[in-house]
Design a protein around this ligand. Structure first.
Ligand SMILES: Nc1ncnc2c1ncn2[C@@H]1O[C@H](COP(=O)(O)OP(=O)(O)O)[C@@H](O)[C@H]1O
Ligand SMILES: [Mg+2]
Length: 289
């Protein structure tokens, strides 16, 4: 059981969406040698919900991502993907079950074009770990790749950049390419590690709208690690808060902002959650006027 629970989806009336099981993490503990990095974490990121994972530096967010995607074995605990127990399975098996991920440090091929990078997302997913399938490309498969690529470029608003070399793009544009690539892979659960890092305010707003669209219109579930608190508070349906490897709170954005426990955890940290939350409220009020 988790320590404190709010009510799921309270932050999204008047149109609550149906969710289905996506990522379910139960009693997850991770130790690095003697260091307890995650202590008995239980959380879920269902399909159809934008779930945030926040916490001060060193809280265990990246460790959680690594344990969910299979890069890291949990010391104890269980990870389910759409009902399948993947606790003992590696990253490739988890990807086959629909789990896609982006990294804080982008891993794009800078000498290739935008379209080629996005197409690779699709190809990697289709081929999986079978070396034969990686070499054989049928006309049908090429056509499917082309249409998946076109759809992803369109969705992320980067169709006009299709033939540009990724090396020449701005950080904001590269973020969109990275997201389009993981989207083209056809994953239904996305772990996004600080997708707004390096983006300006306008780009973050655009990204927020795109992420909302993925969850609301494309049957995707997202688990979002993000430092931009204004973005987190405006975009997430539900939040989990980690501190020193422990889950200290879960609830809607409003419940999280109001929580004295959460505010205390951020005291002295750079972000100063209280300040950022106030900033977010002020900005929203300004937009309403
Ligand atoms: N490979 C590692 N070996 C040992 N300790 C680590 C390793 N990775 C992270 N840690 C420690 O585990 C804790 C959680 O780290 P991390 O998951 O990276 O936090 P966050 O992403 O929230 O900033 C920190 O105390 C960090 O120093
Ligand atoms: Mg981290």
């Amino acid at each position: 059981m988790t320590p404190l629970q709010g009510t799921p989806l309270q932050g999204t009336p008047p149109h609550p969406r149906a969710t289905s099981p996506g990522l379910e993490v139960t009693d997850l503990t991770v130790r690095y040698g003697g260091h307890l990095a995650l202590d008995n974490i239980t959380l879920e990121a269902p399909i159809g919900r934008l779930t945030g994972l926040i916490g001060p530096n060193g809280a265990g967010k990246t460790t959680t991502f690594n344990a969910c995607s299979g890069l890291l074995r949990a010391t104890t605990g269980r990870v389910l993907l759409r009902g399948n127990n993947v606790t003992r399975r590696g990253p490739a098996a988890r990807a086959r079950l629909g789990l896609g991920r982006t990294f804080q440090r982008m891993e794009l091929f800078t000498s290739m074009t935008v379209a080629e990078n996005v197409a690779l997302g699709r190809e990697a997913r289709v081929a999986g770990s079978n070396p034969l399938r990686q070499q054989i490309s049928t006309p049908k498969r090429r056509a499917a790749t082309r249409s998946a690529t076109a759809e992803a470029l369109e969705l992320f608003g980067i169709t006009k950049l299709a033939d540009d070399s990724v090396g020449l793009l701005s950080t904001g544009q590269r973020r969109l390419v990275e997201l389009a690539r993981v989207y083209a892979g056809g994953f239904d659960l996305l772990l996004l590690d600080e997708p707004s890092s390096g983006l300006d305010h306008a780009e973050s707003e655009k990204l927020s709208a795109i992420l909302r669209g993925l969850v609301e219109n494309h049957d995707i579930g997202i688990l979002l690690v993000e430092h931009d608190m204004a973005m987190v508070m405006s975009v997430c349906d539900y939040l989990y808060v980690l501190d020193f490897g422990e889950l200290i709170f879960e609830g809607t954005a409003a419940e999280t902002q109001a929580s004295p426990i959460v505010r205390a955890a951020y005291l002295g940290s750079e972000e100063g959650l209280a300040e950022i939350a106030a900033d977010h409220e002020a900005r929203e009020a300004a937009e309403v006027v």
